[in-house]
Design a protein. Sequence first.
Length: 110
Amino acid sequence: MKLATNDCTWYKENSTGEEKPLARSQHIAITTPKNDRVFVFGGHHSPQARLNDTWILQVKELEWRRIGADKDNTTNQESSIGAPGPRANMGACLYQGKVYIFGGHGGLGY
């Protein structure tokens, strides 16, 4: 959505990148301190599949980049890069250059 003083307009952006994240809900998305990137983690891909993949969206270029070598994990398995277990509905904050993830539901093999 483009926000202006007297007008708000929705429009669709076309993102780029060698890979793009799977569709999801109930994930976290946090902007970085310079507001030039968005960090995305986890969420539901389907009612049975919770994700634990990590993505960065470069805002200026609208380019997605996967963090780590994990491929799409829709079977609620452990991450090969040490990410938290698959989860949705978690809370998160960015503090001194680190993202802290709290709670959520799901887990390995859930």
